[in-house]
Ligand binder design. Structure first.
Ligand code: PDD
Length: 296
């Protein structure tokens, strides 16, 4: 068995039971292990409460639907499971849940079966969930922004599925890690798709532009959120194909995800984005984002 003793003491949930993360075991024949045949969600939890949970459940349903896996639990049961995990983490840290910010990971795989590409019928999906402290980017990093690099989007054409088959994402992310950069901004056929684990937004002449909601991009929960925040702040917002030239000529570039929230990219392939500093649209959206968290 692989050594798991070095893993931190965190709670997790596996197929109906809460156990220490380091003790959780699944079969080697789990189709998640063999084929990457499953889906996941990453849910931020602020002050002990999941943020935008209904949107995560809707996306989980869409991803499961694409893989033809029936959701093993109704949304209400997922909500209970997440709250129990969040409470257990807080108890282990000796704090009230309301004093913790966490990041909850949920995963459903098709289940355990003898290896065969064809989808087996009648097997029980594997349900796994874990949580950890939510690490947010420190203010010093936000004040200067992060570096990103560009790459061709060599992933599959079902980017809208939040699939656990992430070798493409891992390869893409490593391209930026190799350059000490925070994210890889990808293009397919000369048009912006997304980051390896985030969505990318371009600001030009005061307008926020993002890639369309289609099969090439994972619709981050921040798609809806940023659109709302833009509306609230009177910032024009549009989803359409954005060319590589438009990205290179952006006034600002923003990166969004559960863990990055909204983050300014201030250098792209080593060149400054706009004036090379986090811009006014970023500042407005970040402030509005923090307010949305407080109000949640
Ligand atoms: N990644 N695009 C991709 C490919 C992603 O993997 C993610 C999230 C996003 C942003 O989605 P959201 O705003 O819902 O976090 C876009 C998560 C955080 C991860 O894999 O850890």
């Amino acid at each position: 068995m692989n050594d798991t003793a070095h893993l931190p003491d965190l709670p997790c949930y596996l197929n109906g039971e809460f156990t220490p993360l380091r003790d959780a075991r699944v079969s080697v024949l789990d189709r998640g292990f063999i084929f990457g045949d499953g889906v996941y969600e990453v849910v931020p939890v602020y002050r002990g409460r999941p943020f935008r949970f209904a949107e995560h459940m809707a996306r989980l349903d869409r991803s499961l639907g694409e893989l033809r896996i029936a959701n093993p639990m109704p949304h209400g049961k997922w909500r209970e499971l997440v709250q129990e995990l969040v409470d257990r983490y807080a108890r282990a840290k000796g704090k009230p849940a309301a004093q913790t910010d966490q990041i909850v990971y949920l995963q459903v795989t098709r289940g355990v079966a003898i290896r065969d590409h064809v989808m087996p019928e009648g097997i029980t999906p594997t349900v796994f969930a874990m949580t950890n402290q939510l690490y947010l980017y420190p203010d010093e990093v936000r004040a200067r922004g992060v570096a990103c690099v560009t790459a061709d989007d060599f992933r599959w054409k079902k980017g809208h599925v939040k699939s656990i088959s992430l070798a493409g994402a891992v390869l893409a992310r490593q391209l930026s890690a190799d350059e000490d950069a925070a994210e890889t901004v990808m293009f397919r056929d000369g048009f912006l798709t997304e980051g390896s684990g985030s969505n990318i937004w371009v600001v030009k002449d005061g307008q926020v532009l993002g890639a369309p909601r289609d099969n090439l991009v994972l619709e981050g929960i921040r798609y809806g959120l940023l659109e709302e925040l833009c509306q609230q702040q009177g910032i024009p917002f549009a989803l359409r194909r954005v060319s590589r030239d438009e990205v290179l000529a952006a006034d600002e570039i923003l990166v969004s995800s559960a863990t990055k929230e909204v983050l300014p990219c201030t250098t792209l392939d080593g060149k400054p984005v706009g004036n090379g500093r986090p811009g006014p649209i970023y500042q407005k959206l970040y402030a509005a984002y923090q307010q949305a968290k407080q109000a949640s």
